[in-house]
Design a protein around this ligand. Structure first.
Ligand code: ADP
Length: 456
């Protein structure tokens, strides 16, 4: 197959201009030297002839060279409008980005990929073609093609690694015409938080609407069918009062939760003494325990246990765990509140467990503090029905109630343990539950304490 020769356009105007500039410039310099008397007339004439001959030789000799350069350009046109220096700068820029980023050339090849993008799309070091992982994202590929063609900016959201991660691709025109720069933003945590917030709002509204609907229903009944049945009114008013109490508890728990969540990322800064605080909190629960026919037993060492903590929050932890234990204990049974100190967080975690071989245990909150830090612990046990194993890991989720599946006999909001979990997280502590069905439940919390020779 014959290949047609490229048309070579000579460049006479340019070479003639070079010849003219060289000659006239040289003659002018020589004239100046003649006028100032630096050279004589004979030298001037000799130099002018030599210089014109040289310029003429350059003019004639440069033609083939110019032709050669232009031939090479036509046969092998430059591939890129960016220079080598620019390419290196773009690569360094992409490598330095803290987000996954990649540059696709106008021909659709990967011209630069940083290590974050390699990890995101599971690319090996040598990959230059558009990777299979990208090919599995048709929306992203289509956006890259559109941006390459029309130069507009696009954004594409896609899931990666089996929907476990959500990413936003910001697709922009690259430095070279037709090239495309894509930078990827991880939206997984944002989307997860949005879902948690939406679920929480839905749950909270549902929980608040239930007592309101009941109260509204009784008002309608008292105005309508039971208008003249004054004997029935006392019963209705009792239920309405109960539902109002339930709403008040719910609103109080929701407010506590939001206050604790707000302060969760600020470490506590005041010093507390656990033994006195726990004793005072359990004394406050004696009337509730007596009403329920439960014996409340408190036990603590006779030395001080000091910690940097929020005393209201630690009191709330003990109160929530103990009032649950009172609620769920056997009628006529016993609830124990035990506090203590341990040389390390790991020892405190062990002290918190009942160490019953048959009991099922679940760690509801992994402590953030170092396992070797000196620690304090609080353990609350009851002799109630216990909790079956499948429920244990979900305790501490907002609105999660085991009792719902037991027929909802016992009143509660499903927020008490969530509050405990958030408070312990703020104190870099742990939360665990241990339960043996038919025998009872033990909840344990532990957190770092101040080093104290008396209690170490
Ligand atoms: P509630 O207000 O419903 O008690 P919590 O968050 O305090 O909410 O507890 C969540 C669920 O955990 C309760 O509904 C209950 O089913 C279960 N639970 C908590 N403590 C105990 C316990 N000591 N014994 C048995 N079940 C418990």
């Amino acid at each position: 197959m014959s290949q047609s020769k490229p048309e070579i356009e000579p460049d006479p105007p340019k070479r003639f201009r070079d010849f003219f500039v060289l000659t006239s410039g040289g003659v002018a310099v020589l004239a100046l030297l003649l006028v100032t008397g630096a050279i004589g007339l004979v030298e001037w004439m000799t130099a002018a002839v030599v210089m014109t001959a040289g310029a003429l030789a350059f003019y004639v000799g440069s033609a083939p060279a110019a032709q050669k350069i232009r031939t090479a350009e036509v046969l092998d046109p430059p591939q890129s409008k960016t220079t080598e220096g620019e390419d290196t700068a773009i690569e360094s820029f992409i490598a330095a980005l803290p987000l996954p980023a990649l540059l696709v050339s106008p021909a659709g090849q990967l011209s630069s990929v940083n290590r974050h993008a390699r990890r995101l799309f599971r690319l090996d070091e040598t990959a230059t073609s558009v990777p299979a992982a990208l090919l599995r994202q048709p929306d992203l590929l289509a956006a890259i093609e559109r941006v390459s063609a029309d130069g507009a900016n696009e954004r594409v959201e896609f899931t990666q690694h089996g929907d476990a991660e959500v990413w936003m691709a910001h697709v922009r025109p690259g430095p070279e015409s037709g090239s495309v720069l894509s930078v990827f933003e991880d939206l997984t945590a944002v989307r997860r938080a949005e879902k948690a917030r939406a679920d929480f709002l839905a749950n909270a509204s549902h929980e608040l609407r239930t007592p309101l609907t009941a109260i509204g229903g009784f008002i309608e009944t008292m105005r309508g069918p039971a208008k003249d049945d004054k004997d029935a009114w006392d019963g209705f008013l009792d239920i309405m009062a109960q539902q109002t109490e339930r709403m008040k508890r719910l609103v109080a728990d929701l407010l506590s939760l939001s206050r604790i969540e707000f302060s969760e990322h600020r470490a506590p800064s005041t010093e507390i003494e656990l033994v006195d605080l726990a004793r005072a909190t359990s004394s406050g629960l004696i009337p509730i325990a007596e009403d329920a026919g439960i014996k409340l037993h408190f036990d603590a060492p006779d030395h001080l246990i000091r910690a940097i903590a929020d005393d209201d929050e630690i009191a709330q932890v003990i109160q929530n765990l103990a009032s649950n234990a009172i609620k769920y204990a056997r009628r006529g049974g016993e609830v124990q509140i035990l506090v203590g100190s341990a040389p390390t967080m790991a020892d405190a975690a062990t002290a918190c467990s009942r160490q019953s071989v048959d009991a099922k245990r679940s760690l509801l909150l992994q402590p953030y503090a170092a396992s070797g830090a000196p620690a304090l612990w609080v353990r609350v046990t009851d002799d109630g029905e216990g909790i079956s194993e499948e429920h244990l890991p979900r305790l501490g989720e907002r609105f999660y109630r085991v009792d719902e599946s037991r027929g909802g006999k016992i009143e509660g909001t499903g927020l008490g343990l969530a509050i405990v979990k958030h408070i312990m997280a703020r104190h870099r502590g742990g939360l665990a539950v241990e339960s043996l069905e038919g025998h009872g439940t033990a909840f344990g919390v532990w957190m770092p304490r101040l080093k104290d020779d008396a209690s170490a």
